[in-house]
Design a binder for this molecule. Structure first.
Ligand SMILES: *Cc1c(COP(=O)(O)O)cnc(C)c1O
Ligand SMILES: [Zn+2]
Length: 556
């Protein structure tokens, strides 16, 4: 059963004039402001009934129909989007020292990014208006999602891409039947050309953050997060996280999510708004730069220097003002990450969580690492990361050139004399002298992470001990080629493990690596200096870089 749809109004964010929902209205009739927000007149009784009803409704974005700007369910164009899993991180959380890190896995939607939400709501609204063609400028994901939903609705899409967009993404939009126009220029210039084209042809232009449908679509992420955090809690009550983190280009995601939480606060469904962690690509970070200077207006970046096309909005316009105000009121931070940091974070997320993300989300994770390192995010905070994975068009930048080992047998089959030795020595070269490793680390998740990262390198066999005493026993029984130990452990600590090994003639030749987060005093360093082969300071994240560093040193 549906609750009768309450009438929806649009409210001017500047002078608060309200007008009835009209999807073609372009601005405030009183002051001309072009950003209007949808208002749903749900009173407490309706909210209570609605909450009960939601329990019976199927999963998916349209379960929040009452707070979406489509009047008739018959117009909904859906591919089963929404209700993506909220995955609780273990290894990555442990390596960052966080207790409640969640990944909102937007990869698991019909076109693999959160733009599915925008597409289902915007295309449904267009269908309700009787529009049969739409023009959009996109760095990739919006156009792909619009193309898929447009195909389903019989709405033709004209998709304008800046040339930086990976070819695979443009091809995917074309596959869904979109007209693809590649503009050799920046994303901001592409938007201008698309707008002119729409005007000249009399076609409907998607208005980005000024579109009511887009903001309302993005807010469904907030509703889902609140509901999913509630499901995970004992009392079942909806709740807000402490942080929502996203890599940002135009800012639509966090603006919509912020609106969603504010709306739920008004309905009495949650009791606060999350802080926003807004991450930009360092080569195109107008919001971060303005925020650093304490300015509410951003200076556009004319010539973005990032290969991460998804985040290449040089001129954020009004979106930044809205986000600035949100952060000033509710907390949060703007932070930038370089492309290299993003690729590194992509590898870390993949190897610790089994989650392969697209480079724009690599930026998100890199920003998360920074916010934790800067102490902005506290160990007990509930943190949600918006995670998308739409194709990986910059594979070699993420994995490096030598990410696969290849053995070519096709030649050898015709040359019967050489083969075995050549093949054997090729395989031998892959081995290192060190094979069996014992890791002693009292943080169980960190220990498992080290094991996994080492074993992912290929030839290592890693055994774990979670305290000093069992560590020594394990070393005695396993006779490893290498011991990696933490220093700070209860009871028998790393210093004692090393002392024991060095005093035992059967163990004193085994090389020892100390991996520690502890700041060592001069005395401690002196104590270790003759006993330890390598001392690695771990930062706040045990990551691939650290292990890479370790393995290189072992092979020297
Ligand atoms: C669109 C997109 C962004 C940028 O989102 P905005 O909220 O519009 O700034 C970031 N990451 C991914 C994967 C995207 O598809
Ligand atoms: Zn107004």
């Amino acid at each position: 059963m549906d609750i009768e749809k309450q009438h929806i109004e649009l409210e001017c964010i500047n002078c608060h004039t309200r007008v009835p929902l009209d999807k073609r209205v372009a601005g405030c009739p009183t002051c001309g402001e072009n950003i209007l927000e949808a208002r749903y007149n749900l009173n407490q009784i309706v909210v209570d009934v609605w909450l009960e009803e939601l329990k019976q409704r199927p999963r998916g974005l349209w379960r929040y129909f009452e707070v979406l700007p489509v009047e008739d369910r018959a117009n909904i164009v859906s591919l089963g989007e929404g209700h993506t899993p909220l995955i609780k991180s273990k290894s990555l959380a442990a390596s960052l020292g966080l207790k409640h890190l969640y990944i909102k896995d937007e990869r698991q939607g019909p076109t693999a990014s959160f733009k599915d939400r925008q597409a289902t709501v915007a295309i449904s609204a267009l269908k309700e208006m009787g529009v049969d063609a739409v023009v959009v400028a996109s760095t990739g994901n919006v156009a792909i999602a619009y193309a898929a939903y447009g195909a389903r609705a019989g709405i033709k899409l004209w998709a304008f891409f800046p040339s930086l967009t990976p070819g695979d993404k443009m091809a995917e939009a074309a596959l869904y039947g979109a007209e693809v126009i590649k503009i050799t220029g920046t994303y901001d210039q592409t938007k201008e050309i698309a707008a002119r084209f729409a005007k000249r042809k009399g076609l409907f232009l998607d208005r980005g953050i000024k579109s009511v449908a887009a903001i309302e679509a993005m807010k469904t992420m907030a509703y889902e997060i609140a509901e999913q955090l509630g499901e995970a809690a004992e009392d079942g009550r909806w709740r807000s996280p402490d942080w929502f983190i996203q890599g940002v280009s135009g800012g639509m995601g966090p603006i919509g999510v912020g609106k969603g939480f504010r709306e739920m606060l008004d309905f009495g469904l949650v009791d606060k708004l999350p802080a926003m962690g807004i991450v930009q690509s360092a080569g195109c970070a107008p919001m971060v730069e303005a925020f650093k200077r304490g300015q509410r207006i951003a200076t556009p970046v004319e010539d973005p220097q990032t290969i991460i096309a998804t985040l290449a909005t040089g001129n954020p316009g009004r979106a930044y003002e809205l986000l600035y105000d949100y952060v000033a009121e509710n907390g949060g931070h703007f932070v930038a990450a370089s492309d290299e940091e993003a690729f590194n974070a992509t590898r870390v997320a993949a190897r610790t969580e089994g989650i392969s993300v697209e480079p724009a989300t690599g930026v998100t994770f890199a920003g998360l690492f920074k916010l934790v390192q800067q102490g902005m995010i506290k160990p007990d905070d509930v943190v949600v990361v918006n995670c998308s994975g739409h194709t990986l068009p910059v594979e070699t930048r993420i994995l490096g050139e030598h990410w696969q080992r290849s053995v070519d047998l096709s030649q050898r089959a015709t040359e019967p004399v050489l083969p075995r030795e050549g093949l054997l020595s090729a395989i031998e070269q892959m081995e290192t002298q060190i094979r069996r490793i014992v890791v002693i680390e009292d943080n169980v998740d960190a220990a498992r992470l080290i094991k996994r990262l080492l074993e992912a390198r290929g030839a290592f066999e890693v055994q774990l001990a979670y305290e000093g005493a069992t560590g020594i026993e394990l070393i005695r029984s396993a006779q490893p080629d290498l011991v990696i130990t933490d220093l700070m452990m209860p009871d028998v600590d790393g210093f004692a493990v090393i002392d024991t090994m060095k005093a035992d003639p059967t163990l004193n030749r085994i090389p020892v690596v100390v991996m520690t987060a502890k700041e060592l005093t001069a005395r401690e360093k002196a104590r270790l200096s003759n006993q330890v082969n390598l001392l690695l300071q771990k930062g706040s994240a045990i990551d691939e870089e650290l292990i890479e560093n370790l393995v290189h040193k072992l092979q020297d």
